[in-house]
Write a protein that binds this ligand. Structure first.
Ligand SMILES: C[S@@+](CC[C@H](N)C(=O)[O-])C[C@H]1O[C@@H](n2cnc3c(N)ncnc32)[C@H](O)[C@@H]1O
Length: 462
């Protein structure tokens, strides 16, 4: 890996000789890999039973574990059942610092691929709302797929500019995470491209963009609400200086961050004005801990922000409409035959049926680019309802009347490859489970289960 000379020079100026040498040596090491338990589905102990690799606890995240760097955790049935999320250990810090509570309205403004969104969802325990937003289209689809796999039931996903969300959700959120797009200096070891793309102008441009994103946060956050700002870079321009500029223009106070094993405080001397409270921010440096590197700041909003005189206009009608009773005949027939759980706030987009999160109305989403308006329950076909994979992933076995539990890992792979399962006397829709965790749907008849695991997710080989 080629570390840019200008970066080396900059870090040599910022760090002590000893720390600089340690940083450079850290680039010769291997990338730290981690997984985090999806507590919406299982406990860490249950996850450990279903994963064949060694797990070593991460200090600052009670559900995070280091795994050996040779392991490919995305190849395991437990992965497809959503028992864990593969996440770099220092990336687990931001959601821990924000610490939402069940019932909160939480916004993750820069969300793809979804590591922190799914971690926030665990903390909400299915209560309250998670709005996860990703601006870049193809990354947004990856976010949707991860939120689906983890079985998050109370999420609304957008593919939007922060300022457009701010025009609709004025001071509606209790907590906001800004895991900002950055120059990625903490990604050099993990992603060679990050080192190749790095240059001093990029750092300056990232800082401008970060400040602009934070301006939208001020409009979105309730007075008294909390925002965590994080980056995976070391540069003062994108860390201490962004926070100092934001504090200068808005009424916020920095809060202490208390995460086990982390005590490398932000440096006022790396900012323009030397704001003393910057010591409340946190650096997570790859030469102090086992991880790639992060910066976190936690701030409380101390005063309301006025409504804009000329707010941005959001045009366009939503293609969603509330589902009427007659629209739902086929869904109700399906629900009566198979579901032990009710879904509310039902809306249709064409023939696709969604359950919107509690408290969300069409007025909230009209004119915005919605990626997923809630749980995609399935499609109303001619005279029948076809359940979606998303529905399978939010269910627990007790929510469905016909369950097929795969006999062993081998049979789990058979299902995940898209092959039929032979030898059953079940009939109709079946929730195929790996132990007590759904993998997806199948349809049983004549002694076999036809596979409904989505084609795009199927694995080719173990
Ligand atoms: C550091 S990544 C987020 C990682 C994510 N939080 C996770 O844990 O998986 C930053 C994200 O911000 C998105 N982004 C880029 N420009 C943006 C902008 N102007 N406003 C908001 N998000 C932006 C990027 O596409 C990227 O997905």
């Amino acid at each position: 890996m080629q570390i840019p000379e200008a970066f080396k020079e900059k870090m040599r100026g910022l760090l002590s000789d000893e720390d600089y040498e340690k940083l450079m040596t850290s680039y010769d090491g291997t990338v730290n890999k981690g997984i985090r338990t999806n507590t919406l589905k299982c406990t860490p102990e249950e996850m450990a039973q279903k994963t064949p690799f060694e797990l070593e606890p991460v200090d600052w995240c009670p559900t995070g574990y280091y795994i050996d760097s040779d392991i490919r955790p995305g190849k395991n049935p437990a992965y497809y059942a959503g028992l864990y999320y593969v996440q770099e250990p220092t990336a687990m810090t931001s959601a821990e610092a924000l610490a939402p509570e069940p019932g909160d309205w939480v916004l993750d403004l820069c969300a793809a691929p979804g590591g922190k969104s799914t971690q926030l969802a665990c903390k909400l325990e299915g209560q309250g709302l998670l709005v996860a937003n990703e601006l870049v289209n193809n990354r947004a689809e990856i976010l949707a797929s991860n939120v689906e796999r983890m079985g998050v039931a109370n999420a609304l996903l957008f593919n939007e500019f922060p300022e457009r969300l701010a025009a609709r959700f004025h001071e509606r959120f209790d907590k906001i995470l800004v895991d900002a797009p950055c120059s990625g200096e903490g990604m050099f070891r993990k992603d060679n491209g990050a080192a190749e793309e790095w240059n001093p102008e990029r750092v300056v441009n990232c800082a401008k963009r970060q400040l602009k994103i934070l301006e939208s946060v001020d409009k979105l956050l309730k007075p008294g609400g909390i925002v965590v700002y994080s980056t995976c870079t070391f540069s003062p321009e994108e860390n201490e200086q962004v926070i100092e500029d934001f504090l200068g223009n808005n009424r916020y106070e920095l809060m202490d961050i208390d995460l086990r094993g982390l005590d490398d405080r932000g440096r006022p001397e790396w900012s323009e004005k030397g704001t003393p409270a910057l010591t409340k921010t946190l650096h997570v440096m790859p030469f102090h801990v086992r991880g790639e590197g992060h910066f976190i700041a936690k701030l409380r909003k101390t005063a309301a922000c006025p409504l804009e005189e000329e707010p941005l206009k959001l045009k366009g009608k939503s293609r969603l409409k509330p589902a009427g009773r007659r629209d739902l005949d086929d869904y109700e027939t399906f629900a009566k035959a198979y579901l032990n759980r009710r879904f509310g706030n039902l809306h249709l987009q064409g023939d696709q049926l969604y359950s919107l999160p509690e408290g969300i109305t069409l007025r909230d989403i009209e004119g915005l680019k919605v990626l997923r308006p809630g749980i995609h329950l399935g499609a109303l076909k001619k005279n029948r309802f076809e359940p979606s994979h998303t529905l399978a992933m939010v269910l627990r076995p007790e929510d469905f009347k016909t369950i097929y539990t795969v006999r062993d890992e081998e049979e789990a792979y058979t299902y995940l490859k898209g092959e039929p399962i032979i030898g059953t006397d079940l009939k109709g829709w079946v929730l195929v489970c790996f132990d007590k965790w759904p993998l997806g749907f199948g349809k049983a008849s004549q002694g076999m289960i036809k596979n409904h695991f989505p084609k795009g997710l199927r694995i080719r080989k173990k």
